[in-house]
Every structure is written in C-alpha cells, then in structure tokens.
Design a protein around this ligand. Sequence first.
Ligand code: GLU
Length: 443
Amino acid sequence: MIKLFQKKIVTRFAPSPTGFLHVGGLRTALYNYLFAKQYGGKFLLRIEDTDRVRLVEGAEEGIIKTLHVFGLNFDEKQMRQSERIEIYKKYAQRLLEQGSAYEDNVAIRFKMPQEGIAQFTDIVRNVIAIENKGQEDFVILKSDGYPTYNLAHIVDDHETNVTHVIRGEEFISSMPKYIALHKALGLELPQYAHLPLLLNTKRVKLSKREGEVAVYDFLDKGYLPEAVLNFVALLGWHPKDEQEIFSLEELIKKFRIEDVQKSGAIFDTIKLDWMNKEYIKRMSLETLFERVKKYGADTDQSDFKISGGALTEEKVFKILAVEQSRLTVFSELPQIFFMFGTMPEYDVSLLHWKDMSNEEIKNSLELSVNLLKAVSENNFTKENLEKIFLEKAKSFKDRGELLWPMRAALSGKKASPGPFEILEILGKKESLKRLENAIKKTC
Ligand code: GLU
C-alpha cells in the first residue's frame, strides 16, 4: 500500500562512490526515478561519500555519466554528504544533549532502546515488525568527524523532504535502528519500499563477482542502453499483462511500485540477449547504422572505422541490412566486418557438404565461378543471383551440393548469412577471388 502524502513526492538515489554503477544500483535508481516521475515528483541524487576509506576517485562522475546514458536525469544538483559534515554534527549533538547518545573515546554512539517492537509498513513487503531487543548501540559520528550511513541518510532524507525511500532489502534488518533514530529526533518516517535481491540463474544470491556487473561493461559489449534499462526494469517487477518491451516513457506510466515482488529477481543474461536482439530488430536500418557508428567511436574499435577503412559506409549499410535480424550485441560486429573485409582462413573440410569428395567440391565451385562470371556487375544482386543459382541447383540431387561449398568459401564460416546476401555485399571481384582461393584448397 502506498500512502500518498499531500506533499510532492520526492525520491532519491543514494549511491556510495566506491566504484562503478552496478546492475542492482541501476535498478534502484530506475525504480526511484519511475516512481517520482509517475507522480510528477522529484528524483534526487545524493552521493554518500562519508566512508572516506572506500572512496574511489572518479566514481561519482562515472555514476552520473551512467545515469545520463540511461536518461535517468535527476532534479537539482547532486548532494554530497562530505559537504554537510557540520549539519550531521548538529544532529549528533542534539542526541547527545537529550541523552539519546553518548561519547566514548572514539565516537558518538546512539543508545539503542531494548524494549518494544520496530514496526513499519513496507510498500513491497507490507507490515514488518522486528524486536528492538538485542539491537546494539551503534556509531552515528566517527572519530574522523564523518557521520555513519545510519545517521547521515536519515538527516538528509528529512532535510530534502524525501517521501519515499526505495532501496535494496539488505537494509531491512537495520530498520529498528533507523526507526529509533527517527523517534529520538522527532522525525516522521518516510514510506519504504525494499527491493528484492538479485539472484543468479541457479537462484543463489548474485555472488560478489557476478553481482559486481558494472553497467558500463554491458554498454561496452554493445548492449543498447534502452535494452539494458528495459531488462533491469523487469528485475522484480512485471506488468499485469504480457508486455515485455517498454520505453522509459511507457515505464513511467506502467510501473507500479506496489507490484514489485518480494522474492528474489533472477538475473538472466539470456533474457537480456533476447531483449537486445528485439531492440535491434525493431530499429530502422538508418538508426541501426548510426548507433553502430557511435558504438564504434565510443569503444574506439578500429574495425568500426568504416569510412576510410577496409569497408565503405555503403558496404557497412548493406552488411547491417543482412545481419540486422541475426545480431544480438554490437560486439559481434567486428568479426562480421572482418569476415566481409578480409579473405577468410579455414580448413578445406569446411567446404564439405555431406559426403562430397574433394573432386565434387571442386566441380561445384568451378560451376559457381562460371555462373558468377556470366553475371554483369550491375546485375550482381541478391535477387538476381538467387534466381540463377536456384534454377541451376535443380539439376543437383541436393541443392546443398551447389550452395554449401560456395557459401563456406565466401564466408569461411559454418554459420553465416545466406550465400546470395554475401555475394551481393562482397561484389563480383571479391566473390570470385574467394571462390578461386577455395578451389586451390581442393587440389
Ligand atoms: N549508500 C547506500 C548504498 O549505496 C544507500 C542506501 C539507501 O538508499 O538508503 O547502498
């Protein structure tokens, strides 16, 4: 159940700048963003940099850059906790004065009440009640003068009028501490939504290594930001209907924080692959071309230096037209471009179709050469070549005897686009060169 305050909805994403933004963090940011935007509210970014030991230089910039790539633009300037030390000190002082905290020689600790039950209503998990008994006193201000997360996040959520705290479920067990602190400071509790764990496909909590999947790695591998975001949106939330492909705008309309599941969400990259493929398929060829160019430039891959390189832009365009329906991620492209730009290397066994002998393969390839030679450069199109070859193939007991050796000779691969597409892209001269090369292998 969501309590909608009369107030404007305010959410925040509060990463610690200790490294790259990971998939779990992206999901938290996304859900906070969606919920705020859905209600015309504000989405804030708060950098929780009070743990000076774990601080990583450049992490803050990296996180912000990543959020922007995904269109998760935050309102106002980001808040940095390290710039608010004096404010936390005041709150700690107040707790000291009222006897809710005490100072030992290293830090200021909050006196955790031992009676009663900490109870709150979580949007995802409903009523949660945890006994205060057994909860230890805890540090709120460290000897270095910096506050701990426990104090700082409560102060900031209060001072920035955060209405809804949406974060990972690992914080639930500490809720007695947060509730007690709110009470001691006389602050109203925000609404909470604790998001389910991310699990691997074996349904085990993502291990540190798996879990530390930096979002940027996915982009580097050539996953599209919109596909990654769509995939992440479904880690723990599903619409009531079967829809799976959502733009960010649609997510803002359709996402329901109250429908987020309690059970762990499976992080399955096969699904991500499927989704990315879907996005590629749905793009116009022009868009695909532009995105591929951008990916090449962003990742600084020489194989993508399309103009001036081995492949002309026109050729790349043709390759993409052929590959669009087969492509899963852009990182497959260098190899594909390489295939079209360079004479393939392979073993003669690749040319064998069923039990054909070398002699038969040679004859088949020579026939192909003759057929191709008879076609003028202008007529060297997929449709035309297909017509000619399929007609000729009728005289074979199996058309693979004509088509397989040619396709293998052109691509140097077991699996590739069809032979006629490749022929058109390679053009007459290069196609003949590759077939002659294959014929030599059969001798
Ligand atoms: N800095 C905390 C984290 O990165 C934020 C938790 C919260 O959203 O309250 O997990």
